[in-house]
Ligand binder design. Structure first.
Ligand SMILES: [Mn+2]
Length: 322
């Protein structure tokens, strides 16, 4: 990672101001890594702004609101209007997302120099005119990356930011399971040393009873397509994040070695999210559906097909491959 950090350092030195942006409907990994980049940039003596509408925090989810509530320092935020006031040569840093339409504000990469850093599976709608583009889909989370970057530039985060980052790792690995390596635990240890607070982390990770029940209902409707593979169909509009939550939870049940969740992302697009505990390579199946990913985490998006057809296509491929 040191080569990457050196490269990012070099890029940062070329600019005066920075906007750091995560994805729409931010989670703790998106927010934590954004805050982490802001802190690191400020340690260079430069100005960093978080792209988030802090005048309308009520539009964001509960976890993000709580995190902002606890923040010890004032975070400089910009939104669609106020970013124009930023002076000097400005770089947009995109973290935890690389799909242009999933950005908090999708127009910015078209009018600004952009650096993209992400750990999701590369999508066709990636930010094409980025000056610097880095994806490592084996990486647990952007929180892990930013923690090592902080160590590389020798700075420490405060309690709240380290806690958000620790929560970010926990969410993205589904509790230190998926894509978790020794380096992931080490990142958690670095964050604990910086002062991450496990009580605050539990508060930030709490979900509402309604969220729990909604997810439990999807789990209830899931079924096994053979003795190893579970599947769930979400027959309504949903987000890719919801697909990920359900597909990861399915993996925690007895006998389930791989899981697939199918849902409607918009009126034309069906999303498939796939996970495996490791022995079944789900990326092989997703690649056959024009998607991609790694052994244990993969996804695809399908247009012009019904959910039923997508379901049958997955079952057919699995019957051939496994
Ligand atoms: Mn993430």
């Amino acid at each position: 990672m040191e080569e990457l950090f050196e490269k990012i350092n070099e890029i940062i030195k070329k600019y005066d101001s920075f906007i750091v942006m995560g994805h729409k409907d931010p989670d703790l990994d998106s927010l934590g890594s954004s805050l982490g980049f802001c802190e690191i940039i400020e340690s260079f003596g430069k100005k960093a702004y978080l792209f988030l509408d802090d005048n309308h925090l009520e539009d964001y989810n509960k976890n993000i609101n709580q995190a902002f509530d606890k923040m010890e320092k004032d975070i400089m935020c910009v939104n669609e209007k106020t970013y124009k006031k930023i002076k000097g040569n400005t770089l947009l840093i995109v973290t935890d997302v690389h799909t242009q339409s999933r950005l908090e504000y999708s127009k910015l990469p078209d009018i600004m120099d952009t650096m993209v850093l992400d750990h999701h599976i590369k999508n066709k709608d990636y930010i094409k005119n980025a000056k610097f583009f880095y994806i490592d889909s084996n990486l647990s989370s952007m929180s892990e990356l930013v923690t090592y970057y902080a160590r590389y530039v020798n700075i420490e985060f405060d309690t709240v930011i380290s806690t958000i980052l620790l929560g970010g790792i926990e969410i993205d690995t589904n509790g230190f399971n998926l894509k978790t390596t020794g380096k992931t635990y080490e990142a958690a240890s670095i964050l604990m040393d910086m002062g991450a607070d496990s009580i605050l982390k539990q508060e930030l990770l709490k979900e509402t009873k309604e969220q729990y029940i909604k997810r439990a209902n999807f789990i209830k409707s899931s079924f096994m397509i053979n003795d190893k593979v579970a599947m769930c169909i979400i027959d309504r509009l949903c987000t890719s994040m919801e697909l990920a939550e359900v597909v990861e939870e399915l993996l925690t049940f007895e006998d389930v070695r791989a899981s697939f969740v199918i849902g409607k992302l918009d009126t034309l697009t069906i999303g498939v999210s796939a996970r495996s505990i490791g022995e079944i390579d789900v990326s092989i199946i997703m690649k056959k559906m024009n998607g991609g990913g790694s052994n244990s985490t993969a996804a695809s998006q399908v247009k012009d097909k019904t959910i039923k057809e997508v379901k049958q296509q997955i079952i057919n491929i699995i019957n051939e491959e496994i």
